[in-house]
Design a protein around this ligand. Structure first.
Ligand SMILES: CC(C)(COP(=O)(O)OP(=O)(O)OC[C@H]1O[C@@H](n2cnc3c(N)ncnc32)[C@H](O)[C@@H]1OP(=O)(O)O)[C@@H](O)C(=O)NCCC(=O)NCCS
Length: 204
């Protein structure tokens, strides 16, 4: 994944230790950091959070981005990919937006760009684990083209999106042909057909 992206209104840069002070202001805000172990009470929690993302980027190429307003440079939130409850091969997407800047489409805008990066990086499937009461996040996941795959014992919803559905279909054809002993020719996934080129981007 590219460490720097931009969208219509946002600049996305993979987190570094230099972002810790600004990010901690978001993570320590109880109105903003309403998930997981938030709000953070100690600066070291934010430092550890960034360090884990830097390691995931170094070891697995997964990026978690600081989202900054293009015009002002203000840190409005974060969005990115991590192993989470799934795997490095099929990672989870996550997002958080400063409470004062919600319902302006920032999370959807950033997550759309991040999913496009995942697709370009060859990541086959992306997951999102969302609490049932988190209506805004569920709404975003649906707008991104994700659907609920399963629910765990705690009621956590696991949304998923196939970023390379044609490749998956090809795999299924190969598997089926092996079972019945057929010889099939499957299109080289590296060669784009006109149909691929016309496919909508995730979240559009
Ligand atoms: C979830 C979160 C990232 C959304 O950020 P955001 O920038 O406000 O999201 P967007 O504006 O892109 O989209 C939110 C969508 O949810 C809708 N929405 C928001 N609150 C809603 C609610 N209570 N009920 C129904 N829909 C709601 C909005 O209308 C919008 O949909 P629309 O674009 O079709 O109008 C933000 O609320 C947040 O940071 N929450 C805490 C962290 C979190 O929950 N992260 C996700 C963990 S799974």
């Amino acid at each position: 994944m590219s460490p720097s992206l931009s969208t219509r209104r946002l600049k996305l840069n993979a987190f570094t230790a230099d972002d810790a002070v600004e990010l901690h202001a978001l993570f320590a805000d109880p109105e903003t950091h309403t998930i997981g172990s938030g709000p953070f009470t100690a600066f070291e929690q934010t430092e550890r959070w960034i360090a884990a993302r830097v390691t995931a980027q170094h070891d697995h190429g997964l990026c978690w981005y600081a989202l900054r307003c293009s015009e002002t440079g203000l840190l409005v939130g974060n969005c990115g990919m991590l192993k989470g409850r799934t795997s490095f091969e099929e990672p989870e997407i996550g997002y958080l937006i400063r409470a004062s800047h919600r319902s302006r489409g920032y999370a959807t805008e950033a997550a759309t760009a991040v999913l496009e990066q995942c697709q370009a990086a060859g990541i086959r499937r992306v997951w999102a684990s969302i609490r049932p009461h988190n209506t805004a996040s569920r709404h975003i996941a649906t707008r991104l083209g994700m659907h609920v795959d399963h629910t765990d014992n705690d009621g956590l919803l696991f949304y998923v999106i196939d970023l390379h559905p044609t490749d998956l279909a090809d795999q299924q054809v190969r598997r089926a042909s092996q079972i019945v002993g057929l010889k099939v020719t499957v299109r080289d996934p590296g060669v784009k057909s006109p149909k691929d080129c016309c496919q909508d981007s995730p979240g559009q």
